[in-house]
Design a protein around this ligand. Structure first.
Ligand code: HEC
Length: 178
């Protein structure tokens, strides 16, 4: 659905964006029920962006964006922002290509790694590993040297270890947020 708003609609669109981004709520949202259930409401951006900036953003969106694309991006961004920092790093670095939180994939699940009480999580992320976990056909964990700062490595380690007792989790509803 392309935004083919007449002037009247456009004049409603700017206040809507200004209001929603600062005071998001379920009632105001145009998202479908299912997405709201899955992702929840975006966090308010109060303090991050001013009303004037939102006006400029809204005008930009109106000029350049397809409404559906825009809503989808807003949903994805707010779902991502709501994740624990450790999981954000995992998503950005592509760890989920080989790992899952609770299921084994190319490599062991993060829950399994946490339960193994491995003391070398940080050094494995930096230097990689191969052959330690017997079930994984000698697949290689690639080194991520220089990819993460010391602080980020500690966040990753903490997040992985926080999954030791997790039951079933969806990427966007991780408990024990760090
Ligand atoms: C190309 C696939 C792949 C990617 C990408 C990958 N891993 Fe792994 N990972 C593995 C495999 C395979 C193992 C098991 C290695 C072994 O048996 O020694 C593993 C093991 C691990 C271990 C446990 C090692 C140990 O000593 O017990 C940690 C922690 C880990 N990965 C974290 C990560 C993180 C964090 C990322 C993203 C930054 C990541 N992995 C990306 C494949 C991958």
């Amino acid at each position: 659905m392309k935004i083919t708003m007449d002037d009247e609609k456009f004049s409603e669109f700017i206040p809507f964006v200004q209001d929603y981004v600062l005071e998001p709520s379920k009632e105001k949202s145009y998202c479908d029920e299912e997405s709201l259930k899955t992702y929840g409401i975006m966090p308010s951006q109060k303090g991050n962006v001013t009303k004037d900036e939102l006006k400029a953003i809204a005008e930009y969106i109106y000029d350049f964006y397809d409404q559906e694309v825009y809503l989808k991006e807003m949903q994805e961004k707010s779902a991502f922002d709501a994740l624990p920092k450790g999981e954000q790093l995992v998503l950005k670095a592509g760890c989920y290509n080989c790992h899952d939180t609770v299921k084994n994939k190319v490599g062991p699940s993060f829950k399994g790694i946490a339960q193994s009480k491995n003391k070398e999580i940080i050094s494995v992320i930096q230097n990689g590993s191969q052959g330690k976990w017997k079930k994984f056909h000698n697949m290689m964990m690639p080194p991520f040297k220089d990819k993460f700062s010391k602080e980020e490595l500690e966040i990753l380690e903490k997040w992985i270890n926080s999954l030791a007792t997790i039951e079933e989790i969806k990427p966007w509803s991780v408990k024990n947020a760090i």
